[in-house]
Design a protein around this ligand. Sequence first.
Ligand SMILES: [Zn+2]
Ligand SMILES: [Zn+2]
Length: 390
Amino acid sequence: MSDLKEAIDRRREEIIRMRRELHRIPEPAYTEEKTAGYVAEQLARLAIPVRTGIARFGVVGTHRFAQPGKTVMLRSELDALPVAEQTGLPFASLHPGAMHACGHDGHMAMVLGAAMVLRDLDPPLCGAIKFVFQPAEEGPGGAAPMIAQGVLSDPQVDTVLGLHLWPGLPEGTVGIRNGPLMAAMDRFDIHIKGKGGHGAMPHLCVDALEIGTQVVGALQRIVSRQMNPLQPAVVTIGEFHAGAAFNIIASEAHLSGTTRTFDTDIWHSWAERIDRIVSGICASMGAEYRLDYRPGYPVTINDEQTARRARDWAAAAVGHESVLIPEQTMGGEDFAFYLQRTPGCFIFLGAGRPNVAPLHSPFFDFSEDILLTGVEIYCRAALDLLRENG
Ligand SMILES: [Zn+2]
Ligand SMILES: [Zn+2]
């Protein structure tokens, strides 16, 4: 076994313990106070200088090596989801209605584990490593405000890396893809205002619920009738609220949804396309409307050179045959914001096994051994990228 694998193995129990302790205290977006306190304390115990309170609960530990050089950033999310856990695990969530159902507990344990192992090994490297923990990845997004507050500067970051547990790939594999990996993701809300009244007298009303159903149907035709079928695109309406009783015509309807695409032109065209349809339907039916279209995350695009090197780090950890090229996904990630400014790579860590629950499921869990693979990839990245001060 290599020195690195041995060093990781010595921290094995601790890495798993951290994951479980974090799993017990899940906090959804922008409430990550305990979680941030936990990771800051772990970094401080390693004598790594820590900044807290960045973009509310963001935490950054910066370890500088003796020689000047490049800076590598390892990023984890802090936030959990508003999901009521049903795993029945002995270390299940202690916070009712909240759960680390996207594996961010594992992500934190891997970044902290890498910090521990690199401190243990104390390799003669150059430059610096930033251990970054950001809030609110699940929305509205903590990466952009973290960048606005200088997370990529002082010292200037040269390479950004992130790992995400990925049930779509088998356990023991690592997925690395050049170029676009995850889609641009936006959110929209539509408020339709009609005129309510007696269910028997539609001629005296403007039925907001019925108009809402027209909007839902027509929005589906953006993808089926307006888009190039060779370009993947998604319009999903996830919420539709209207009506109060069986015999009352609804005066208002509220719809909200999300769009996904890999194409910049399509991305920039969503708001206008949706507005054209909603305004046309509402005008024809005599209703008023308001559309709030909120750009979310850009496309997550991995840097080719970093992705190539990442394949070597992963191959050293799991063997060449277990380094795969994952399919693109219409899921979105605010890691995209870091990649817009700095070359880097977002890596999928296979977490798939028979009957694995998907991410965001109340049953999501994974084999903790894969955390050691993640730690190894992070450590190999640092050992490779910070070898020289060029
Ligand atoms: Zn998620
Ligand atoms: Zn996630």
